[in-house]
Every structure is written in C-alpha cells, then in structure tokens.
Design a protein around this ligand. Sequence first.
Ligand code: SF4
Length: 343
Amino acid sequence: MFDKIFVEKSYETNARALSIINRFPKAKVSVIDKIEDIFNRVKKPYLQKNESLNLFLGEKKGQLVKEAPDAYGLSGEPHYYFIHAYNCIYECNYCYLQGYFNSPDIVLFLNHRDICNEIESVTEECSKKGLTPWFHAGEFSDSLALTHITGELEIYHELFSRLPEAKLELRTKSANIKALLELTPKKNIITTFSLSPADKIKKNDLQTPSLRARLNAIRKLADAGHPIGIHFDPVVYDENFKEKYTQLVEELFESLPVDKLEYISVGVVRFTKDVFHQVKKNYPSSELLSSELIKSFDGKIRYNRPMRLWILSTIREVLLNANVDKEKIYLCMEEDDELVIDS
Ligand code: SF4
C-alpha cells in the first residue's frame, strides 16, 4: 500500500510505530526529524494517491482536540473532534480532503495518550457545566479503515469506559470492524456509518466497501451490542432519489432494528470553494457537477435552497415512514434549513 514510510526520530523504536512498519515489509523506511519538514511541503496531486502513497508516523503537536463546527452533531451538546490522522485510503470524489492538504499521503499520529489527556480535560470542564461532550474521531480521515493496523481503538475504548459522561463517535465508510468487535460494547462509544444508495457508492465513494459490505458490518456490530448511528451524507441528487433512499432505508432496517438506531443525519452534498475547484479538476465528468450549484448561506457551494429543502424533507419523510423517531433525525450543516422544515 505504501511506497515509503517516514518515521520521526523520536518514534523510531516505538512499539506501535514498529508494529505498523512491519505490516509493510516492501516499503522503504526513512527516519526524519519532524513530519512537517516533509509532509505537505511539496504539492502532490490528490489523484496520485492511486499510484504512489507514502506514510508518515510521528507526533501530533499543538491543539489535539478542537471544537467542531456548528450543527456538527446532535444539537444542544458540545461537539469536539480530535486529530489522530491526516488523509484517507479511500477516494470519495466529493471528499474535502482533496482541497485541504497539499498531499494525499497518510499521516498517523501515535501520541494517543496525549490526545486522551486532552479529551479528559475537556470532559472535566464540560462536566462542571453539566454538559455531555461528544468527541468525533476521523475529521481528517476514516475512523475505522486502518484500525486493524494502527491498533489505537483499545486506547480510546479504555478512556471512554472511564468517562461514561462523554461520548465518542467513530465515523466510517469502511467495513473494517475486526478491531472493534474484539472490544466490549459501550453505550457511549457509537460507531456511525455513512451510507448512500448502492449506485451512488459505486460512482462517488471510490475505493470504499460496497453498500452490502457496510450493511453486513452494521448487522454484525448491532448483533454484538455496539451502538450504531447512520449518516446519509452527502446526498447526491438524481431524479430517482426518493425511490433510492426508500430502498436504502428498507435495506438498512433489515440489518439494524429501527429501535437500535442511535441517530441519523442527513446532509446534501456541499463544497468549500477550494474543494469545488479540485472536484472540477479531478472529476470533470462526475455527476456531482451535473446539477446547478450555488454559493449558499455559509459560503459553501450547494444545490439551491428550495432544492435542498425538498431533498432533506423528502428523505426525512422516508425515515419517519420507516418509524424512525423524529428526535433521532438531524440535518447536517443545514441549521437554518432545519428551522424551516420544523415549522
Ligand atoms: S471516507 Fe471520508 S475521509 Fe475518506 S475519502 Fe471518503 S470522504 Fe474522504
């Protein structure tokens, strides 16, 4: 998978770094001072990830836990994300990472204990105010895709077992649940799967597991007692979207009893200006560009407002018809639109 592995000097003999390096015996290993000396320094086109990918191992410095943007998760509770990786082995054609870093190379930060300490401090502050903080893993990567190699899940599992007043969301498009299945389910550790109709996954979620594989993973985790959330995000319009989402909802609830669903988010496809530019460059014939898109209330590029409202309310109705509790549905990054739908 990786051509070269760069490991920071201070992690050269680290057990976790060595165990990751040993998984890739053909990769050339170089010892470096700091990740930032090399990663992101020279522009490497996003699509080059299909031909040559490098791996960086080292320490995340600076702020390790950050406040999440508004409407990131269930409203009324503080949301944070933590950073333990940059970039992703998958290639969703709408992914915002293609406009974020200069390079698609994968960075894995190994100072999980430091991240855990910061999560504990934030939880303590929130507890003093009577708040339940949410922590989201995988803001700059997929939370589960490499966990069989990286092995950090048990560290976070141990932490959140000690912090029942805090919640951890592991967000994924993978079906890589091996490491998670080895851990005892916890009420406050929620695995969330991003799903789209099967044909959309094939067209847009490139290199990712199929809908069938993700639904199988959901079934296995739910059977084992792990809490499950779902993201219908991003929704990409096509003229049969209602039928496709109706079928998706039916298939989903064959794998996951509806009363076992923790929550479901719905969000239409959206891009920052930079990402939109990258999408046009990288995927010029993508269906993402076939509908009219406009600059919307927060500067992001989306479908026009009536179309967004129509898509969101249609899918919400499909969910309500499938007996999903109204309180479990939230509209991602669409705060002002939600008010209109709710009224
Ligand atoms: S799974 Fe997420 S992080 Fe990975 S390419 Fe797709 S959108 Fe980007």
